[in-house]
Design a protein around this ligand. Structure first.
Ligand code: NI
Length: 185
């Protein structure tokens, strides 16, 4: 396995519409997924999409650990997971602001509106199809990572640029305002 170089905002690969994965069970894809999980863990991220490691394919990895959730009883936790050739459907009218970071925008975070509940489908690392309905942090990470496959970075989703700043500064403010901290994806 290997730790991969992460593209930063401004690199054109992050603005491309990624291509579907032809064979989710190929050795190349298995290796890519293993390397992406290692890279995500090394960078202490909650998610990583293939375009972020300069591979313009429709797959991402993520995790929704118990210590990263929104503390909402509805939160759906998830260990390290790969999603290949996904679709995402936003469910209901409930949209909430969540604090997001991105490994391609290091040091910064922002409040981004996301659907609270989504249904997403795709293929796992064994080539098996699945569909899940999830909420909260899990749903937010899936929306963030899916956006990467369409060349969308979280600042493109923002409505209030006063809620955008350096993590260190926001952490200071959070101590007063109880802003929720989440890991970059
Ligand atoms: Ni990201």
């Amino acid at each position: 396995m290997a730790i991969l170089k992460i593209a930063r905002m401004g690199h054109p690969v992050l603005l491309q519409h990624a291509e579907a994965v032809a064979d989710p069970t190929s050795p190349e894809i298995r290796r890519l997924v293993a390397d992406m999980i290692e890279t995500m863990e090394d960078a202490n991220g909650a998610g990583l999409a293939a375009p972020q490691v300069h591979v313009s394919l429709r797959l991402f990895v993520f995790r929704a650990n118990p210590d990263r959730g929104t503390n909402d009883a509805e939160d759906t936790q998830m260990p390290n997971t790969v999603v290949i050739n996904p679709t995402v459907e936003l469910l209901g009218e409930d949209t909430r602001m969540r604090w997001e970071g991105c490994l391609s925008i290091p040091g910064l975070r922002a409040a981004v509106p996301r659907a609270w509940r989504v249904r997403y489908s795709g293929v796992d690392g064994h080539g098996e199809g699945f569909s899940r309905e999830v909420t909260g942090f899990h749903a937010g990470v899936v929306q963030h990572e899916y956006d990467h496959l369409d060349g969308i970075m979280y600042p493109m989703r923002m409505r209030d640029f006063s809620l955008f700043g350096f993590s260190e500064e926001l952490a200071r403010a959070a101590a007063q305002a109880q802003i929720q901290e989440e890991e970059p994806a």
